[in-house]
Ligand binder design. Structure first.
Ligand code: MG
Ligand code: CA
Length: 531
């Protein structure tokens, strides 16, 4: 009894214990290495408990007017505090849309001092940025399992020269490192990729596995134009993303206005289904994602330690410091090559040279530590043992998603709708006629009855052989006809009466229309005489 209840709490426990385990190994094993080599000044700030506790986050990125804000409204099926939608760049800030009992807003300056939220490190981007940051709290069931970050629309051409006054791509990078999904939005009827957008996409490098692409407003153009735009988008992405073939593109129209060209309605529905399924996987995979990110971080921290220790090794203790510092920074590439061979590290694991050189210029090399093999050992053991233990706790391929993890409410209810005629694939194929008071087969039954009579029924029934002679005319393969026969012989007496025969003919037509047949007959297709 209530087995789902116990399973629920067990799962929550597993999740809690994995998150707790991650916090522990980070603090006791990885953090000491990070601190010894000033990792936080170079790469990313120290992780706090709130980073591990945070709900899965989705980051929306795109040029202005690609429908980022509208996409959020579409998901929530309601407005959020501070929402502004329009043809001009209307969202001029980063907005973290998060759950709360009461709707409200927290301005950036207050947000970054809240210890319960994960945004504290953002204070380093300065006041100009904090004035452009806010948290919008919304009482929406959708947000009980995910948070969504809206971002300022990226401008194109002349307009983008206006300086934002803060490090926009730096902020994007900060979020990209911490979110579970990055959705890049493109406008199908205005596909131009500005320089700033290109730089933004480049800032997301290293997180390609989190990126999904939405070709939005696809209903604004016809089928042929859409194919052309899709091709152009893939071509442009190929130049900007390192692994464009990995990024999945979802074509759709994510708002609630009438479709301008509705020829692609079915495609949009399929794509929306896929996208929502992908988003549904986020709460489930949150623990795994956090674990993966910690592995990535640990590998970088190791390489970073080697680099700093190497610079330290070659740094003079007395004279010629400034000249040597310049020389070491200039020759960083050679140092990378040396370390790569010495420690058998793949070049892809090294931090980008240019960024590293920029930070090094402002660093005091005399403070750099020599190599501390013990600290590295601890991290190696953490990667080999602790991570494996935590990994084993996470159930992989978990299809038994329990209710508390699913994203619910807003558009998630209608996309996963199975009750109304407008739910996905409702009212099509085998589902045609669902919800109608009559049996849908009645429409064609007079025609099928004539056929039935021609097959010389006795006692109102025909044999399998007689039915077969008629059914093979459909040219469907025998395997399919046998399935149809089984579905149609509702009372399983090895014969078909007039209703069952009409049903068989109906199913053949459903199949010939290109629809799949289920293994069980849905209730509304059972002849009323047999219900
Ligand atoms: Mg907007
Ligand atoms: Ca029968």
């Amino acid at each position: 009894m209530f087995s789902w209840l116990t399973r629920d709490s067990q799962k929550e426990e597993v999740y809690e214990s994995v998150i707790q385990g991650l916090k522990n190994i980070y603090k006791t094993k990885l953090l000491p290495l990070e601190l010894a080599y000033q990792f936080h000044d170079f790469h990313s700030p120290q992780l706090e408990d709130s980073d591990f506790d945070a709900k899965p986050m989705i980051l929306l990125v795109g040029q202005y007017s690609t429908g980022k804000t509208t996409f959020i409204r579409y998901l929530l099926e309601k407005d959020f505090p501070g929402i502004r939608i329009g043809p001009e760049p209307t969202t001029d800030r980063f907005i973290a849309v998060m759950y709360d009992d009461k709707d409200g807003q927290i301005p950036g300056n207050a947000l970054v001092v809240d210890p319960k939220k994960q945004f504290r490190p953002l204070s380093k981007f300065g006041n100009a940025f904090l004035n452009r940051l806010q948290c919008s709290m919304v009482n929406s069931p959708v947000l009980k399992n995910i948070s969504i970050v809206d971002t300022p629309g990226i401008l194109s051409g002349e307009k983008q020269r206006v300086d934002r006054g803060y490090d926009f791509t730096g902020v994007l990078q900060w979020f990209a490192e911490r979110v579970d999904r990055i959705i890049l939005l493109f406008d199908a009827h205005k596909l131009d990729i500005s320089d700033e957008f290109r730089r933004s996409i480049e800032a997301l490098r290293g997180h390609d596995d989190k990126i999904r692409i939405v070709l939005n407003k696809a209903d604004m153009i016809d089928h042929q134009q859409l194919m052309r735009v899709y091709g152009a988008l893939m071509w442009s992405l190929g130049k900007v993303l390192q692994t464009p073939e990995v990024a999945r593109v979802y074509i759709g129209s994510f708002w609630d206005e009438p479709l301008r060209y509705d020829g692609n309605r079915k495609l949009f529905e399929d794509e929306e289904q896929d996208l929502f399924r992908d988003l549904q996987s986020l709460p489930r995979n949150a623990a795994l994602r956090k674990l993966n990110d910690l592995i990535k971080r640990a590998r970088l921290a190791k390489v970073h330690a080697y680099i700093i220790a190497e610079l330290r090794k070659d740094f003079p203790s007395m004279f010629g410091k400034e000249g040597k510092k310049k020389e070491l920074i200039k020759n960083l590439g050679t140092i990378y090559e040396k370390l790569q061979k010495e420690h058998k590290i793949s070049i892809g694991d090294f931090p980008e040279i240019k960024g590293m050189q920029e930070v090094l210029v402002n660093m005091d090399f005399t403070k750099f530590q020599a190599l501390k093999p013990k600290l590295l050992d601890v991290v190696d053991k953490m990667l080999a043992d602790d991570i494996a233990v935590l990994m084993a706790k996470i159930p992989l391929e978990d299809t038994n998603t329990t209710s508390h993890e699913l994203i619910k409410g807003g558009a998630f209810d209608s996309v996963e709708d199975t009750n109304t005629p407008f739910g996905y694939k409702r009212g099509e194929g085998i589902d045609a006629g669902f919800g109608e008071p009559d049996w849908i087969v009645y429409k064609m039954k007079p025609k099928y009855d004539i056929l039935f009579e021609e097959l010389n029924p006795s006692d109102g029934k025909i044999s399998g052989a007689a039915a077969k002679a008629e059914m093979v005319k459909s040219k469907l393969p025998n395997s399919m006809l046998s399935k149809i026969w089984k579905l149609s012989d509702v009372d399983r007496d090895g014969m078909l009466d007039a209703d069952e025969f009409a049903l068989a003919m109906h199913l053949i037509n459903v199949k010939l229309d290109g629809n799949d047949l289920p293994s069980d007959l849905p209730e509304h297709l059972i002849p009323p005489s047999k219900r």
